[in-house]
Ligand binder design. Structure first.
Ligand code: ARG
Length: 286
């Protein structure tokens, strides 16, 4: 009997038992870690005032919306910084992300892949240029035709990038030797102007204003489609919304509820979204 017990607790047994325990425990904590959040929301944190890094923390209007949502639903959310261009497909797959909050414009082709919340902001595209090398300006805006023959940059996969590619491939810039370049962020596209890599950058209105505010050599004006048959020039308006996986109706409903509240004008006529934009643009000291 004594011999049997001794063999039972042999060195090999102890080593194997410890290994099994270690593997078991690490698997447990790994799975626990994956399941630590109820929802994962992707963003691309180089798009102030909607999302930006402040030291190592992501802040911005979209972050405040997500925090409100977490509070309302009583659920935990992980906000993950990823490349802008992968957000819609990740949300569409629903495997590594449930939603995307990234100042995302509603477009037809994106809406085939994801559900969009109600819109919470309206934007237009701007042209960022160096003050010493401005394109032709028409009154208070720039028309696409004035960009002919230049090299243009924007964030890859963003609507600015998609619109400029459309104009160059089959629009008013077709056959004009206009070059299109993609960058990881609007900021990097704007930096490329100073570095003489591109002539102009195309960026969403507030992103453009935020960038030129910080760089006095740059300026930005809205980008318009020229009016035909005596019609005035006009910009293309875009609506921002939160993208949600098509199989998460409970999340979509909660987001719409939160946004509806945040879009309700207060006594001063301003909505919470308006105030958050001012705050994250650095225009109020809140
Ligand atoms: N509104 C544009 C779009 O949907 C640009 C959004 C860029 N957002 C970001 N977080 N980098 O394509």
């Amino acid at each position: 009997m004594a011999r049997r017990i001794k063999r039972f607790f042999s060195a090999e047994f102890v080593i194997i038992a410890l290994m099994v325990l270690t593997i078991g425990l690490s698997t447990f904590f790994f799975i626990k870690n994956i399941e630590a959040y109820d929802y994962v929301i992707e963003t691309n944190a180089f798009f102030a005032p909607f999302e930006y890094y402040d030291n190592r923390e992501i802040k911005g209007v979209d972050v405040d919306i997500v925090n409100k949502l977490a509070e309302k639903m009583g659920k935990t959310f992980q906000l993950k910084n990823v490349e802008f261009d992968v957000i819609i497909d990740n949300v569409s797959d629903g495997i590594i992300a449930d939603a995307g909050a990234a100042g995302l414009t509603i477009t037809e082709s994106r809406a085939e892949k994801v559900d969009f919340s109600i819109p919470y902001y309206t934007s237009v595209q701007y042209v960022i240029y160096h003050r010493d090398r401005a394109p032709v300006i028409t009154g208070d805006h720039i028309i696409w035709e004035s960009l002919a023959g230049s090299s243009l940059g924007s964030q890859t996969g963003g609507t600015g990038y998609l619109f400029m590619s459309d104009e160059v491939e089959s629009g008013v810039l077709e056959g004009t030797n206009t070059i299109v370049k993609g960058f990881d962020s609007h900021q990097l596209a704007a930096d490329a102007i100073g570095a003489h890599i591109i002539d102009y950058a195309i960026a969403d209105e507030l992103a453009a204003k935020f960038i030129v505010e910080k760089n006095p050599t740059l300026a930005a004006l809205p980008l318009y489609y020229s009016g035909t048959d005596g019609m005035p020039d006009e910009p293309a308006e875009e609506s921002y919304a939160i993208a949600v996986n098509k199989k998460r109706p409970e999340l979509l409903a909660a987001i719409n509820e939160v946004l509806t509240e945040m879009l309700e004008p207060g006594e001063d006529g301003k909505t919470e979204i308006d105030k958050l934009i001012l705050k994250h643009m650095g225009l109020t000291d809140e």
